[in-house]
Design a protein around this ligand. Structure first.
Ligand code: DC
Length: 226
């Protein structure tokens, strides 16, 4: 039997990365956060002083982008031209850049093979927006993890406050809605639930319950295959 791929997609702030990371650790799968790759490209664009809506500038940046993924103590680290940018990509500014660059077809094509190849080397749990629909359409387990706008904004707000970032709840809610709109209305690989994905709404359940639910879905789906 080949390796098992689990695709987890959904909008920002649904708890995808926390839930996916915990579930992967429990199962001994490699966790792949594809959003970090878009964020690293966003960071490269930002550092070159290029605006997020300058498509030609974004495309011209790609040949200068060298991405590498490393795992340290089970944690994914992303390297941009040799520099570990795992922390630098976690700001609201870079989140916005990531969303903008992710709408550019050349950027998606640039990352497609890298992401597909990662699924060839072992059992993985990959999270993103188009994993079940575009990157791994044959994944035996697909989950669409979502929550209400307010629940997602509340979680993201607390996360940013904990990191000491100066934000207001309304700002975070506005940014989340803006990103949702951008991610789900773009022409290439928009955020969409795959037809064969299981929908999991985490608005009213705890993090622990979300992780349990994801593990249950994975077990059920992989049992069915045996
Ligand atoms: O999950 P995240 O917030 O780190 O993602 C950052 C941005 O990258 C988000 O706006 C959508 C985009 N993205 C994407 O288009 N496709 C993916 N597979 C993952 C992220």
């Amino acid at each position: 039997m080949g390796y098992i791929s689990v695709a987890i997609d959904g909008p920002s702030g649904a708890g995808k990365s926390t839930v996916a990371r915990a579930a992967a650790a429990k199962l001994g799968y490699v966790y792949v956060d594809t959003g970090a790759m878009y964020r690293a490209i966003g960071l490269a664009v930002c550092r070159r002083g290029i605006s997020g809506d300058d498509i030609a500038g974004i495309v011209a940046t790609l040949p200068t982008v060298e991405l590498a993924i490393r795992y340290q103590d089970g944690e994914q680290h992303i390297l941009l031209c040799g520099e570990d940018v795992s922390e630098a990509i976690r700001t609201p500014e870079i989140a916005k850049y990531a969303s903008q660059v992710s709408a550019v077809p050349e950027v998606r094509a640039f990352l497609l093979e890298t992401q597909r190849n990662m699924a060839k080397n072992g059992n993985i749990l990959m999270d993103g927006r188009d994993i079940g629909t575009v990157i791994l359409p044959d994944a035996p387990v697909k989950i669409f993890l979502t929550a209400s706008d307010e629940a997602r904004a509340q979680r993201r707000y607390l996360e940013l406050c904990e990191k000491g970032q100066q934000v207001t709840f309304d700002q975070v809610l506005h940014d989340i809605r803006q990103r949702d709109l951008q991610d789900s209305t773009r022409a290439v690989a928009p955020l969409r639930q795959a037809d064969d994905a299981v929908l999991l709404d985490t608005s009213d359940i705890s993090l622990e319950q979300s992780i349990e639910a994801v593990l249950r879905i994975i077990r059920e789906r992989t049992e069915e295959r045996k």
